[in-house]
Write a protein that binds this ligand. Structure first.
Ligand SMILES: Cc1cc2nc3c(=O)[nH]c(=O)nc-3n(C[C@H](O)[C@H](O)[C@H](O)COP(=O)(O)OP(=O)(O)OC[C@H]3O[C@@H](n4cnc5c(N)ncnc54)[C@H](O)[C@@H]3O)c2cc1C
Length: 447
């Protein structure tokens, strides 16, 4: 077992407490599990040291706002979440107490766009600056807690963040507090969700970004799913870029997103998670061996093909933020697999290959020919990543098609032979394309 030098939080060994019968472990059972002679039914697998810092039910005796859910199934669900101004919205004193319980990690970041709205935060000059830079990664990322990638309108809303702190206790407290106080709870890793699902008006937000622990296992054995081979344990904050570093360091290949800042255990895996290896190795959701998560009732669970198998199935594709807060997961990885990649471009605008540019009809015939070839690309274990864009050249506007065809385990020559029939079809349509020589990438390099 080896650790990647990303954070200082990953020095724990892989701990597995196994009592007689497997089941989902709740904290209430944790202390009982520590007495194996009692042969109580429980399984606890902890990937990282910070997952050992768990919430003790006795803490809620002195602070009921963080109590676990009432297990009674007849408990009515409140119809609406509370918002500031409601009678039951926590008082300032309550927030202070909650923050103290958390060890002072609560943040109340001001939305980036607040400077554009009437009120004490309004600042015309800063608003112009924010408006100009809204699409820029620099602006969004240097102000991390505010990242939202959604229209500025939501800037009006308030969101209170649980600042990253490297233990499970914090997340646990947040889930219980939000449930008991009827506050909207959102989970965020990178904030990339295009529909803004990782932010929420008047919400308590768990920000997993700095749970960036990663452990590499040269040989990992899992009973269900049945597997023996290389694997990695990923903390909830591990991003595609961290995955890339680990792949180089330990010489393996795994499914990671093309965007370097995408959180692998967050929306990526929970949405399926495709990569340039998808036709070859499958989606990352297919590679998950176990998941650690805090559920809405406050239970901390380990899920796999046997233990909590319905939830294990649901988490792997059911969408981020739906079934609980993932704290870490173990995924299988593969022997290092090179990729041969080549790109094709054609346009209705003049280019090196066509002085006049293609007619619109020829352009779309070319797009159709490409899509016709996609089945062959997938059958070859590859992937075609294409864009159709409006483009300009001088005073002319037009359409440009670009695709990058990536073929795992192909040599450059094999890749060139593979794309030749497509080039012939395009050429027969009157689309002359020069394909730059195929590049051979050592592994999946993130954009
Ligand atoms: C530049 C870019 C490139 C991309 N490339 C790819 C790609 O190659 N392949 C691909 O499949 N997708 C890709 N995506 C899409 C990306 O996978 C999704 O947007 C994904 O939802 C991002 O997940 P996140 O956790 O980083 O983002 P967030 O916005 O933080 O979260 C997304 C959703 O997951 C939930 N969530 C986050 N963390 C957790 C957690 N620990 N537990 C439970 N729920 C959680 C959030 O509540 C939210 O609902 C790309 C996106 C971008 C912006």
């Amino acid at each position: 077992m080896q650790h990647l030098g990303i954070s200082t939080s990953h020095s724990s060994p892989h701990l597995i407490f196994i009592c007689q019968w497997p089941c989902i472990l709740s904290l209430k059972m944790l202390r009982l599990c520590l007495f194996p002679l009692l042969l109580l039914p429980c399984t606890l697998a902890v990937n990282f040291a910070w997952e050992n810092i768990q919430l003790d039910p006795s803490e809620s005796l002195i602070y009921p706002a963080i109590r676990f859910a009432d297990p009674s199934p007849s408990r009515p669900t409140p119809p609406c979440k509370t918002i500031p101004g409601d009678l039951d919205w926590p008082s300032e004193e309550e927030w202070v107490r909650f923050n103290d319980t958390l060890g002072g990690v609560l943040l109340k970041p001001r939305p980036l766009a607040a400077v554009c709205y009437a009120g004490s935060a309004y600042d015309g000059e800063k608003c112009d600056e924010v408006t100009r830079g809204w699409g820029s990664t620099k602006l969004q990322y240097f102000r991390r807690p505010n990242i939202d990638h959604v229209p500025m309108g939501v800037g009006k809303r308030l969101c209170t963040h649980i600042r990253p702190k490297l233990d499970l206790h914090t997340r646990w407290l947040a889930v219980n507090f939000a449930r008991n106080m009827k506050i909207r709870l959102v989970v965020k890793t990178s904030g990339h969700d295009p529909n803004g699902k990782s932010i929420g008006g008047y919400s308590l937000s768990i920000w997993t970004y700095s749970l960036r622990s990663l452990t590499y296992f040269p040989t990992y054995t899992s009973i269900s799913p049945s597997y023996s081979g290389q694997a990695v344990a990923l903390g909830a904050g591990i991003r595609a870029a961290d995955g890339s570093v680990a792949m180089s360091q330990y010489n393996f290949t795994m499914s990671i997103a093309g965007g370097s800042t995408v959180g692998l255990s967050g929306g990526y895996m929970q949405g399926g998670g495709h990569s340039i290896y998808t036709s070859y190795f499958g989606l990352i959701a297919d590679h998950v061996l176990s998941i650690q998560a805090v559920l809405a009732n406050g239970d901390f669970v380990t899920l796999d093909g046997e233990t909590g198998k319905d939830l294990f199935w649901a988490f792997r594709g059911g969408g981020g933020g739906t079934f609980g807060v993932i704290t870490s997961m173990v995924v299988k990885v593969f022997p290092r697999t090179s990729i041969a990649s080549s790109s094709i471009t054609f346009s209705t605008l003049p280019s090196r290959d066509s002085i006049t540019g293609l007619s619109v009809e020829t352009f779309w015939a070319g797009v159709k020919a490409y899509f016709g070839y996609c089945i062959a690309i997938c059958d070859a274990g590859g992937i075609g990543y294409n864009f159709i864009r409006h483009a300009t050249s001088g005073n002319n506007t037009g359409l440009t098609f670009t695709t990058s065809i990536s073929l795992p385990n192909y040599t450059r020559q094999e890749s060139q032979s593979f794309t030749r029939p497509l080039l012939v079809s395009l050429s027969n349509l009157g689309i002359p394309v020069t394909v730059p020589p195929a590049q051979r990438l050592a592994n999946h390099d993130t954009q």
